[in-house]
Design a protein around this ligand. Sequence first.
Ligand SMILES: Cc1nn(C)cc1-c1nc2c(-c3cnn(Cc4ccccc4)c3)c(Cl)cnc2[nH]1
Length: 289
Amino acid sequence: VDAPLIPKQFHLGMFEIGRPLGKGKFGRVYLARERTSSFICALKVLYKSELQHGTGVEKQVRREIEIQSNLRHPNILKLYGHFHDSKRIFLILEFAGKGELYKHLQKESRFPEWKAAQYIAQMASALKYLHRKHVIHRDIKPENILMGIHGEIKISDFGWSVHAPNNRRKTLCGTLDYLPPEMIKSGSKDNWYNEKVDLWSLGVLTYEFLVGEAPFEDTPIMTHKRIARADMTIPEWLSKEARDLIKKLLVLDPEKRLPLEEVQNHPWIIKHCVKGERVSNREKFSFGK
Ligand SMILES: Cc1nn(C)cc1-c1nc2c(-c3cnn(Cc4ccccc4)c3)c(Cl)cnc2[nH]1
């Protein structure tokens, strides 16, 4: 079991702090090494002063710790532990060797279908694991995905995830692009805590990986309108299987969105994600069967 960070009680002196890896709305992340085990990790530092008491943010951090520490999946960034001093909260996170996925997407402008399909298959596997534990991520987007040293992706930032059902208010901040219709429409909030919201975001992610921009990208007003109507155009140059999967996820009615089981068995995923040995090896060992 890869749990080298055994002690339950951590403190800052246990770590050598390396270069800054990045910063988010709240806090920064540094490369760090645990002194006795030389275990490399990412240390996320949040200033208590920035998490005003009683606002959603403090609860968000508690939720991130509570939820992420109990998850173990190859496509979910591990949270090994946490500690705090008078001024700061520290999260000891898995170090993702290839950094933030959105930077790779920006550099390549869009991913070839075989690569996008691998990433979506890994996302579907991680979401299936989360939903089985009644965790809804609710903020699936490239900015919340990191990449491991072998090119595998890792969902991070569980600040917006919830244990369904929950009566949390979500103050909308950041991009609208990934929000499903049921979360931008006022009225009943019950659907906010239905795991089908992650299926919509998976559809938006598939589109953005393949096209290089989000399907409803526009001015905020227009994005709002286009999401509410699922008004998007899927480029002709995408394969028919890719177009089919996007159409089956970006469905207004949450109940009609393709379940994760069927995403994993969709022809577009099967075509690009051969399980086990490569197809070529299969011929080699068939001995004329
Ligand atoms: C950058 C970078 N380049 N390379 C080669 C690896 C990385 C890398 N970054 C990370 C990071 C990492 C860094 N920034 N962020 C974004 C952020 C920061 C603060 C609050 C919320 C969100 C995540 C992590 Cl957590 C975990 N592992 C990481 N690895």
